[in-house]
Design a protein around this ligand. Structure first.
Ligand SMILES: Cc1ncc(COP(=O)(O)O)c(C=O)c1O
Length: 374
C-alpha cells in the first residue's frame, strides 16, 4: 500500500459487527474482564488509541506506535530511556521545550546534554562521550530551518551505541521517513501537521526496534501522559488528508518563499526548498518536498512585531502545521524560555520570524504579507 492509501485505511478498518466505516470513540476508563483480558484499564490501552498507533506506525514505515497527550508527553516518555550518568547530544536549534526539559529537569536527574549544530557532523562526533546514550535531532530544525543529514547522523549514533532520535514534526511522515534512514526513534507533536486543524494536542513515538518499544510502552502506562480517545479520533481523521494538505502547504510555501526572497524589507529567507539554502541538496535527497515551514529575517528587527500585527489573513500565534497560516516571533514567543545569551548564540534575532504557511489561496497570503511589510 502507498502512503495516501495507508493514511486512510490503516487503523480505519470498518468496525465489527456494525460495519461502521469511521472508527468509534471508546469513551471508557475500564473494561469488563469477564470475557476478555487484553483490555484492562484505559491508561494502558484504548481501542481508538490502538488504531491511531497502528496508523502512525504504518505511515512512518515503523513497527510500533505509541501516542501521548502532547508532543512534550511523548518527549518526556522518550527520555526515560536514559538513566543517571547518561549523556545526550542534542541539536542546538531545537524546540524551546526540549531545551527546557534537558537543562531544567533532566539535569536534576543526573542526565547531561551537549547542544551542537548538527549540520556539522564533525561537531556531533566531537560532542560524543563514552557515556553518550542518545543523539537527539530535528530536521528541519525549529526555528532556523537547518537540515540535518539523518542517514549520517544515524550512523554516528549507531557507531557509539547511542539511540538516534528525530523529531519529525516539521516534515511529517509524508515528506520524510527517518526510520527508513536508520534513525531509531521518531517523535511527533501530533498537535501540528498530523492533527492538521489546530484543534487537538497530542504526541507520538514511532519505532522499529522491539527493545525500544518494550520499555517505552511500559513508560507510557507508568507515566500516564496518554491522549483521550476523542483526541485520538481527531488525529485519525486529520491524518486521512495529510498527503493532500502537505502538497498544498508545499505549493504555498514555495510561492511565499520566492515572494519574500525578492522583498526589499526582507534580509534573508530560510526555506530548504530555495537553492540558496545551505541544506537544499540534503533536503532534496531526504525529503519528498521542502515543507510548509519557513523562517525569514526582517531588516528592521525592532519593528518586527508591528509588521506581524498588521497581518489580516495570517494569524499571529504560536504553533504550526494547521490548515490556517500562523506566524510568530520566536525571540518573544515560542523560544522566550531561552536565556538572551542562548537566543543570540542560536541566531534567534529580533528580526527572525517563523511562518507556518497554511493551505489558503497562496495569492491571498502573498497579498497579506505585501500589505503588512509595506
Ligand atoms: C518541533 C516540535 N516538537 C515538539 C513540540 C511539542 O509539542 P506539543 O506542543 O504538542 O507538546 C513542538 C511544539 O511546538 C514542536 O514544534
Amino acid at each position: 500500500m502507498r502512503f495516501s492509501t495507508k493514511a486512510i485505511h490503516i487503523g480505519n478498518e470498518p468496525e465489527a459487527p456494525s460495519g461502521a466505516v469511521t472508527p468509534p470513540i471508546y469513551m471508557t476508563s475500564t473494561y469488563s474482564q469477564r470475557d476478555q483480558s487484553e483490555h484492562d484499564y484505559a491508561r494502558g490501552i484504548n481501542p481508538t488509541r490502538t488504531r491511531l498507533e497502528q496508523n502512525l506506525a504504518a505511515l512512518e514505515e515503523g513497527k510500533h506506535g505509541l501516542c501521548f497527550s502532547s508532543g512534550m508527553g511523548a518527549i518526556t516518555t522518550a527520555l526515560t530511556l536514559l538513566k543517571k550518568g547518561d549523556h545526550a547530544v542534542v541539536t542546538d536549534d531545537c524546540y524551546g521545550g526540549v531545551f527546557r526539559i534537558f537543562t531544567r529537569i533532566m539535569n536534576r536527574y543526573g542526565i547531561d546534554a551537549t547542544f551542537v549544530d548538527m549540520t556539522d557532523l564533525v561537531a556531533v562526533e566531537d560532542a560524543v562521550r563514552p557515556e553518550t546514550r542518545m543523539v537527539w535531532a530535528e530536521s528541519p530544525t525549529n526555528p532556523r530551518m537547518k537540515v540535518v543529514d539523518l542517514k549520517e547522523l544515524a550512523a554516528i549514533a549507531k557507531a557509539h551505541d547511542a539511540i538516534s532520535v528525530c523529531d519529525n514534526t516539521f516534515a511529517s511522515p509524508y515528506l520524510q521517513q527517518p526510520l527508513a534512514m536508520g534513525i531509531d526513534l521518531v517523535v511527533h507533536s501530533m498537535t501540528k501537521y498530523l492533527g492538521g486543524h489546530a484543534d487537538v494536542l497530542g504526541g507520538a513515538l514511532v519505532m522499529r526496534r522491539d527493545d525500544l518499544h518494550e520499555p517505552l510502552k511500559f513508560a507510557q502506562n507508568a507515566l500516564g501522559a496518554v491522549p483521550s480517545p476523542f483526541d485520538c479520533w481527531l488525529v485519525l481523521r486529520g491524518v486521512k488528508t495529510l498527503a493532500v494538505r502537505m502538497e498544498r502547504h508545499c505549493d504555498n510555501a514555495e510561492a511565499v518563499a520566492k515572494f519574500l526572497s525578492g522583498h526589499p524589507k526582507v534580509e534573508r529567507v530560510l526555506y530548504p526548498g530555495l537553492p540558496s539554502h545551505p541544506g537544499f541538496s540534503i533536503a532534496k535527497r531526504q525529503m519528498r518536498r521542502a515543507g510548509g515551514m519557513m523562517s525569514f529575517v526582517l531588516k528592521d528587527g525592532p519593528r518586527t512585531m508591528d509588521v506581524l500585527k498588521r497581518l489580516g489573513v495570517v494569524t499571529l500565534a504560536e504553533s504550526l502545521g494547521g490548515v490556517e497560516s500562523l506566524i510568530e516571533h520566536p525571540a518573544s514567543m515560542t523560544h522566550a524560555s531561552l536565556p538572551p545569551k542562548e537566543l543570540e548564540a542560536r541566531g534567534i534575532s529580533a528580526g527572525l520570524v517563523r511562518f507556518s504557511v497554511g493551505i489558503e489561496d497562496g495569492e491571498d497570503l502573498i497579498e497579506d504579507l505585501g500589505r503588512a511589510l509595506g
